[in-house]
Design a protein around this ligand. Structure first.
Ligand code: ADP
Ligand code: ZN
Ligand code: ZN
Length: 748
């Protein structure tokens, strides 16, 4: 039998990951040693026994076989934080692909020399009443930025400087002028302590409602009885989910356990953080994308040393090394940002389940529009489900009008604004209330539909929409099916069959033609490229500096504007046309969120959904704000077509500089998968679709091909990936890279 050799990392830390040592795998360990295992090895000249981690196993000896030492034994599974992190990395590698080293780099923080950073914060000197009086004066003089800062200072005596220039959109010059006027001073503090100083009255805690208490009690009871699991809280925005999370965290703290709260970066607002700071003071910390690697490392050290009990942050906060983790919360669980876009393409939800299991912690998911995955599992009893269906701080759901754009065309209105929307916009402008116009462009990739009847050109094999390519070809990016673009609609014969192309800029221009006096703000990829402009646009709008905010999906998330009483969705179908199986789900979520933007304050709201497909269930159910109804129809489609969560899907992406060579590799690998036989039936085990050029077939002169593998059992896809990885190891293609994506969120 041939010898086996293992790559071992001795002395694990993020920096030393690329430094591996090879050891021989002795006969007796051959069957048990796995990648990810913890082993004992002789190290250095004295051959002292050291703990190491196995990151790869092969048959080739890279050094002198005579001088290669043997692994002594497989170490028992440890219980310390490091060992749990390595187990988690091992889980990620196994279930999402990539190498053990890539997985370890994902879970271990990069060590950086931690310079104690100097942080600036702004502290008010005047008392609260004086600040409020001054604020009124500034408002009258239309000094909006000053007024904004003063309002914030009235609420909070100390505010981190970067919040002021970032989220509040106030310039340093404004801060200076208030400093000169003796209103505030700029303080310098060291380190990463809680940047907010609390007011004395802060500890006002709302008593939980009956439904809220029930959730807290049941999760805690399960926890205390050692039956930890996963819970899904299905509750509309404002139904009190965050209060539940905070109470659960408090309960965990009493039990000496720590908590991780995941929030999509975009929803990580100052207001949300304040609530956590007020409740948990210095025991809470935040990770976000503005922290340097050094600062992130420092947060991990603080967690390890027991200096904090709660961490709040996006996806990567999941890997905070708490010694006694008791709770993981994933808010807005349905958000696409919980899936990593780079290898390993892990999903935070599944990874959190494993992290919770390893620590004996509970996992709580929350959403107003749960992902099909989470709801499916809740329905099957894998998750406990709770629902919260009342808004606790007031504000009713808006009245929704669905406008059929086909009808508008028939009746001679070719404007991008329906007559209903024009009428309501005029009304709001007259009343001085605000409106939001939302252009649904998510996942938009040149789909083709009929303006007269709404028919969308779809792939006959995959039931997803075809994308228009140059030269009038329509292509399916799942299977590669191709057909010429028809000159007339195959259903109604109209010649108005085309791709929809309207940008936010065009909408702004048209709006100005209709209402020359309307003050508008626009938010999309173009206007938010500059740092901080995102926060500036939002705060300008919330200060009433514009009547209408026009934007893409960025404007529908997270932010509350109490004065907005009208929301217009310009073309609800754009995301329905996206060429992947999640387009219905995305459309439903976006429309539900968009509609929910209207009427957050004391004034009632209205929403107009313009669409070519008024009968599509995603549009109908979103207009009714009926999640259950949507779920029933969507899951039927997924079951019939074999898409997740009813089945599982593995995307294998092949990228390379040489088109022909990348294509050949894609075909070869998909043939390998097709040749895997089911042991019982002898038939191919998995369904293989493609290979086809990816939806963006070429980026920076790199050609991309993709094929999809479907199976009802996730484990079989993991097996498929293992087979492919094994084959790739032998082939070691020099010109191509291959990536795996399980249950993909975005079509590649
Ligand atoms: P969600 O996280 O579901 O959006 P929040 O927890 O933020 O909901 O609650 C929405 C609003 O309702 C907040 O202003 C919160 O203070 C208030 N609220 C939450 N629970 C209660 C309660 N039991 N009694 C009174 N107000 C509450
Ligand atoms: Zn038609
Ligand atoms: Zn197809």
């Amino acid at each position: 039998m041939r010898e086996r050799y293992a790559d071992i990392i001795v002395d694990i830390s993020h920096e030393k990951l690329d430094r591996t040592f090879q050891y021989r795998v002795p006969e007796r360990l051959r069957d048990t040693l796995e990648v990810g295992a913890c082993v004992m090895v002789p190290f250095g000249n004295g051959n002292s026994l050291r703990r190491g981690y196995c990151v790869g196993i092969g048959e080739e000896c890279k050094f002198d076989p005579a001088r290669t030492k043997d692994i002594v034994e497989i170490a028992p599974k440890g219980v310390n934080v490091e060992d749990r992190m390595i187990e988690l990395a091992s889980f990620i590698r196994r279930n999402f692909g990539g190498t053990m080293i890539q997985a370890l780099k994902t879970v271990l923080p990069a060590k950086q020399s931690v310079r104690k950073l100097e942080r600036r914060s702004v502290e008010r000197i005047l008392d609260r009443e004086a600040v409020i009086a001054l604020m009124g004066e500034c408002e009258r003089k239309h000094q909006t930025a000053k007024a904004r800062l003063l309002r914030a200072l009235a609420e909070q005596p100390r505010i981190p400087y970067e919040w002021i220039t970032g989220k509040l959109g106030v310039s340093p010059a404004t801060v200076r002028s208030l400093h000169q006027a003796g209103v505030l001073r700029v303080e310098r503090t060291e380190g990463y302590r809680n940047p907010v100083r609390l007011q004395a009255e802060e500890e006002r805690r709302v008593p939980l409602s009956g439904e809220q208490s029930r959730i807290v009690e049941e999760v805690c009871r399960d926890f205390d009885e050692g039956r930890t699991g996963t819970y899904l809280i299905h509750g509309i925005t404002g139904s009190g989910k965050t209060e539940v999370y905070m109470q659960l965290i408090a309960e965990m703290r009493e039990r000496g356990r720590q908590a991780i709260v995941l929030i999509p970066e975009i929803a990580l607002t100052y207001q949300t953080l304040l609530r956590f700071y007020r409740r948990f003071g210095d025991r809470v910390s935040v990770i976000n994308s503005t922290l340097s690697p050094g600062e992130k490392y420092d947060q991990c050290e603080r967690a390890k040393n027991g200096e904090i009990d709660v961490i709040i942050g996006p996806r990567s906060a999941l890997f905070t090394p708490f010694p006694n983790l008791g709770l993981i919360v994933i808010d807005e669980e349905h958000e696409g940002s919980y899936k990593s876009e780079s290898t390993p393409k892990y999903h935070a939800r599944e990874t959190a389940e494993e992290a919770a299991r390893l620590s004996g912690a509970s996992l709580v998911l929350g959403s107003a529009t749960p992902s099909l995955e989470a709801y499916y599992r809740a329905r099957r009893g894998e998750y406990r489900m709770f629902s919260l269906d009342k808004r606790l701080a007031g504000g009713a759901l808006p009245t929704v009008y669905t406008v059929d754009l086909r009808q508008e065309l028939k009746e001679g209105n070719r404007s991008i604004f329906s007559r209903k929307l024009q009428e309501l916009l005029a009304d709001r402008l007259a009343k001085g209330q605000q409106s939001m116009l939302f252009l649904n462009r998510r996942g938009y990739a040149g789909f083709v539909s009929c303006r007269a009847c709404g028919h969308v050109m779809k792939c006959p094999h995959c039931d997803v929409s075809l994308s228009e390519h140059r030269g009038g070809r329509l292509i399916c990016h799942y299977c590669g099916h191709e057909e010429p673009k028809p000159a007339r609609c195959p259903v109604c014969g109209s010649q108005y069959i085309m791709g929809f192309r309207a940008g936010t800029q065009q909408i702004e221009e048209k709006l100005r033609e209709l209402f020359p006096h309307a003050r508008t703000l626009r938010m999309d990829g173009d206007t938010t490229r500059a740092k901080d402009s995102y926060g500036q646009i939002l705060s300008a709008f919330s200060n009433g500096e514009a009547d209408v905010l026009i934007g893409t999906q960025m404007i529908v998330k997270g932010h509350d504007f109490p004065n907005v009483t009208l929301v217009g969705v310009l073309a609800a179908d754009l995301s329905l046309g996206a060429n992947d199986y999640r387009s219905g789900e995305r459309t439903f979520q976006l429309l539900t969120q968009a509609v929910g933007r209207a009427g957050r304050g004391s004034l009632p709201g209205e929403a107009v959904i313009q669409t070519y497909q008024p009968g599509h269930y995603a549009v109908v159910r979103a207009a009714e704000q009926d999640y259950e109804g949507f779920y029933e129809e969507e899951i039927l489609y997924r079951e019939m077509s074999g898409y997740p969560p009813a089945a599982h899907m593995l995307a294998v992406q092949i990228c390379g500089k040489y088109e022909e060579s990348a294509k050949q590799l894609a075909e070869m690998l998909s043939d390998v998968v097709k040749s895997i036989e089911d042991v019982e039936t002898g038939k191919p085990e998995c369904v293989v679709i493609g290979p086809a050029p990816a939806s963006i077939g070429r980026i920076n002169d790199i050609f991309r091909f993709v094929f999809y593998v479907k199976h009802t059992e996730y484990e079989r896809l993991v097996h498929t990936k293992d087979v492919l990885e094994e084959r790739l190891k032998r082939l070691s293609p020099r010109r191509e890279t291959v990536q795996f994506d399980f249950d993909p969120i975005n079509t590649v």
